[in-house]
Ligand binder design. Structure first.
Ligand code: FAD
Ligand code: UDP
Length: 374
């Protein structure tokens, strides 16, 4: 019988342990934290009774049929559409930029084709192939919208000038010429009725899986196992031999109040003068529940120190070169698979995390069937 260790009980580790157990392979799952579900952890706030997304708001969205079918085995998903607002210049606007935003911002009543023409005229057509975030914004929405909604927010979020960031970050946000204010374009979108931690509990509740919380393990632990799936930080596995990969961390400042606080789930703050990036009011993530009290988190972004929780990988040129060296070291490791957002140092949405964990389990099980080394 193979002995498998899974480090990390977020979606990456939980999906892998579950898939292995379904195929008859036992595993031991450990997590350094005192709870399951990694950064997707949800828990009820004792004072308000509201289900809180402890490490920031998480909305499930995917086009991947296998992932949607898989995740629905572990709980009930409630219909949920992520709608985000932004406060800038003393007014509240709708995001992502859509026809309502454009008409409000410019004080007009444009039809879709007229709005498209307006943005085309405002966009800087001299930028043919946008090389960074700022150029991407100037090319497609023009300076005024860029400065209102993206420049200050991005500076706060990343601690860097948008001209130094890749254009790909902005490409995640659509611009729409209708009144559709759904933040995401995916076919499936929803919120787990009982939070995300209950989904992970469901994945790990299997007689072939044992779990130890409050347990941090690294390279030394590998010796006792036939295979290790590691979803912790790739640089940590190698004792930071190539230096620390850069991350942004977040601080959440809770605000509790009677009734409502801001009247919506997520309010972004585009201006640099406001020190936080956004406020998330958690009861709006469970609109099917009623609560007399409310809890909101003000979210502040800053550079990640050695004792902070890593959230967003920075991945600028310097980190890319470091990452390549770590990937080379990881290739040389026998019997260790590096998985998940920390193990691969990439920003991964939950659905991509699950898809990759399913693929990693498939590959491992195929090796086991063939009797070849994984
Ligand atoms: P994690 O959830 O980070 O789990 C890794 C686990 O490993 C952690 O629990 C950690 O404690 C443990 N660990 C690390 N090192 C060790 C060690 N040495 N020993 C023991 N345990 C260890 N995705 C969406 O789809 N929708 C969203 O709306 C969304 N919102 C997000 C908002 C924010 C602010 C952030 C930062 C991410 C968001 N995501 C969202 C992405 C989502 O958080 C990730 O897809 C998911 O957390 C990845 O799961 P994982 O298991 O790879 O990593
Ligand atoms: N962004 C911005 N203004 C906003 C929202 C987002 O400038 O009001 C930028 C910011 O740089 C952010 C990126 O767009 O990192 C992607 O936004 P998303 O909402 O996907 O960020 P996340 O959910 O990852 O925090």
């Amino acid at each position: 019988m193979k002995k498998v260790l899974v480090i990390g009980a977020g979606f990456s580790g939980a999906v892998i342990a579950h898939q292995l157990a379904q195929a008859g392979i036992a595993s031991h799952v450990v997590d350094a934290r005192s709870h399951l579900a990694g950064n997707c952890h949800t828990e009820r706030d004792e004072q308000t009774g509201v289900m809180v997304h402890k490490y920031g708001p998480h909305i499930f969205h995917t086009d991947n049929e296998r992932v949607w079918e898989f995740i629905n085995r572990f709980g009930t998903f409630m219909p949920y559409v992520n709608r985000v607002k932004s406060t800038v210049g003393g007014a509240v606007y709708s995001l992502p930029i859509n026809l309502h935003t454009i008409n409000q911002f410019f004080g007009k009543t444009l039809a879709p084709a007229q709005a498209r023409e307006l943005l085309a005229s405002l966009g800087d057509s001299s930028i043919v192939d946008p090389a960074n975030f700022e150029e991407q914004a100037l090319r497609f929405v023009g300076r005024d919208l860029y400065e209102a909604f993206f420049k200050g927010y991005t500076q706060k979020q990343w601690g860097l000038a948008p001209s130094t960031l890749p254009a790909s970050i902005l490409k995640r946000l659509p611009v729409r010429f209708n009144y559709d204010d759904n933040y995401f374009n995916h076919k499936y979108q929803g919120m787990s009725r009982d939070g995300y931690t209950s989904l992970v509990e469901g994945m790990l509740s299997h007689p072939l899986i044992t779990v130890s919380l409050d347990t941090r393990l690294g390279r030394d632990a590998a010796a006792g196992y036939d295979h290790v799936f590691y979803s912790g930080p790739i640089d940590g596995w190698f004792d930071y031999s190539e230096g620390r990969l850069g991350y942004r961390t977040l601080d959440f400042e809770p605000i509790r109040a009677e009734g409502d606080y801001q009247g919506c789930a997520v309010m972004n703050y585009g201006e640099e003068g406001v020190p936080f990036t956004r406020i998330a009011e958690h009861k709006y993530f469970s609109p099917w529940e009623t609560h007399e009290k409310t809890i909101a988190f003000k979210e502040y972004s800053r550079a990640c120190g050695p004792d902070d929780i890593p959230y967003y990988p920075i991945r600028l040129v310097e980190e890319q070169a470091q990452l390549r060296r770590y990937i080379e070291l990881a290739r040389q490791e026998q019997k260790v698979s590096f998985v998940g957002r920390l193990g691969t140092y990439r920003y991964l949405d939950m659905d991509v995390t699950i898809a990759e964990a399913l693929a990693a389990s498939d590959a491992f099980l195929e090796h086991v069937r063939q009797g070849t080394p994984a």
